[in-house]
Every structure is written in structure tokens, then in C-alpha cells.
Design a protein around this ligand. Structure first.
Ligand SMILES: O=C(O)[C@@H](CO)OP(=O)(O)O
Length: 215
């Protein structure tokens, strides 16, 4: 059985400011750095063999902190990036026009082909996230990888493993530096292949950042 840990990056400056990042970027806040250290402390005894991260700055920094504690290098994989949010990247959630908010809501309310202009659809993101996860099956036997990615990307990956369509209404909140785990296995009472063992665990964090939607 292959166990894969999934970690969303630590809180960033734009998370705290409610600014949309997507494939744009901002640095971890002091809290975000501390969150990454707490993930590192939590996973350093789990036998992690690979840390594979989205190549954006916030995930690279989170991965560096975790990899150092696990004694492994960081491998970058652009397929793990956050959803490309097109023309709304860098914008503040609270300053969107009614039309712009309508574009954004399409991504979370179950619109099959919803996308922000110049952005990516949930299905397109799901396909690349599954490709990155399935690439872990080609790692040497006994590997235990940890992937560092983003809120929408990991939420879509876990939800689609549970059988929801990529564009389903978003109902899984994965907070900054939450830890999830998915297993590739053949258990008698579960579907063959990928199953969800844990989703959104934040018990290792002393001060979980409020998800940007709650601010
Ligand atoms: O891109 C963003 O602004 C958020 C959206 O959920 O994702 P993350 O902070 O996880 O990259």
C-alpha cells in the first residue's frame, strides 16, 4: 500500500489580506512559517522519503521546511500548482464587481465548465493533480511521499478521489498547513485504488490560520 501525505502550504500574506493568489504568489507570514515548522515536527517521524511541491514560492518554502526535518530534498512539480485564476489573480476578494464575483463563484458552486476569464477550469486542474498523484506510483517500492500544494487543488483532488466530479460544489475545507493522507490500496471493504485516509487534519497546529473564506 502506498501512503501519500498531502499538505497545503502555510498562511501567506495574501491569504491574510484576502487577496486571490492562484498561480501568482506571496510570501509566508510569520504564522505560516510557524505552521510549516509544526507540520515538519509532526511528519519527521513518519518515514517520508520524498517531498514533492508545487513550484510556486509559498509551497516551495513550506516544502523546504518540511524536507529539512525529514532529511530529504525537495522535488518541484508544476502540476501541483493552484488553480489558474486568470484575470482575478492579485485582486482582493472584497473588491470584486458583481460580474467578477459571479466568475469566481462558478468555481465553487458546481458549474461544470466554470472558469475565470484567462483562467483554468476545475476539470483541467483535476486532471493535472491526478497525474501528479499517480506519478507517485512510479516511485521505488517502499516510498512514502509528501506532496505540498494548495487549497483548491488539494480540495479538488480529495473530492474527486471520493467520486465527486471536479466541478462539484466545494465542501471540503483544507486550511493552511493541514495534513491529509490518501492511500493506493486493495482493501476488502474499500474500492480498489486511491482512498482517503485523512482529510484536513490541523491537530498539529497551535494557532490554525482561519481559512481565507472565514475572514
Ligand atoms: O490561491 C489562493 O488564493 C487560495 C485559494 O484557495 O489558494 P492557496 O492559498 O491554497 O494557494
Amino acid at each position: 500500500m502506498l501512503q501519500v501525505y498531502l499538505v497545503r502550504h502555510g498562511e501567506t500574506q495574501w491569504n491574510a489580506q484576502r487577496r486571490i493568489q492562484g498561480q501568482s504568489d506571496s510570501a509566508l507570514t510569520e504564522k505560516g512559517e510557524r505552521q510549516a515548522e509544526q507540520v515538519a515536527e509532526r511528519v519527521k517521524t513518519l518515514g517520508i522519503t520524498h517531498v514533492i511541491a508545487s513550484d510556486l514560492g509559498r509551497t516551495r518554502r513550506t516544502a523546504e521546511i518540511i524536507a529539512r526535518a525529514c532529511g530529504v530534498d525537495v522535488t518541484l512539480d508544476a502540476r501541483l500548482r493552484e488553480l489558474d485564476m486568470g484575470v482575478l489573480e492579485r485582486r482582493n476578494l472584497d473588491t470584486l464587481s458583481e460580474e467578477e464575483e459571479g466568475w469566481r463563484r462558478q468555481l465553487v458552486n458546481g458549474t461544470a465548465d466554470g472558469r475565470i476569464p484567462d483562467g483554468e477550469s476545475m476539470l483541467e486542474m483535476s486532471e493535472r493533480m491526478h497525474a501528479a498523484l499517480n506519478a507517485c506510483l512510479d516511485l521505488p517500492a517502499g516510498s512514502r511521499p509528501l506532496l505540498v500544494s494548495h487549497g483548491m487543488a488539494l480540495g479538488c483532488l480529495v473530492s474527486t478521489i471520493l467520486g465527486l466530479p471536479a466541478w462539484a460544489e466545494r465542501r471540503l475545507r483544507l486550511r493552511n498547513c493541514s495534513i491529509s493522507r490518501v492511500d493506493h490500496q486493495q482493501s476488502p471493504w474499500l474500492a480498489s485504488g486511491w482512498v482517503v485516509e485523512t482529510a484536513g487534519d490541523i491537530s498539529h497546529l497551535d494557532a490554525p490560520a482561519l481559512d481565507e473564506l472565514q475572514r
